[in-house]
Design a protein around this ligand. Sequence first.
Ligand SMILES: [Zn+2]
Length: 124
Amino acid sequence: MKLTKKQRAEVFAKFEGRCAYCGCELGARWHADHMEPVIRLDAERGAERPENHSLDNMMPACAPCNISKSRMAIEDWRQWIAGHVNSLNSYHPIYRLAKAYGLVVETQAPVTFYFERLAMECEA
Ligand SMILES: [Zn+2]
């Protein structure tokens, strides 16, 4: 299911041309992401959750966020990102060294997406 030009423009405008997740400014090669995934099966079987193909569920995303998120639901992706610090500590000696010399500081900050930060600012 492809979005029309008008629908793509609507998705792009949701956060004034910024990625809904990390908040970076989107370039020409942005992606329209299903926040809750539509799992495409094949031509015969269609999709697992076709009801998620709605403009309300579409988010403008930069390529790195969209590729990282892949088919994950938003809460699964949040946990996945939160786990990156453990992965760095487990598998990347240069990261551990940079941390030991104070070049990197772990904050234990919760993973908060740009669209959530905006919503919090509106409530404040
Ligand atoms: Zn992003």
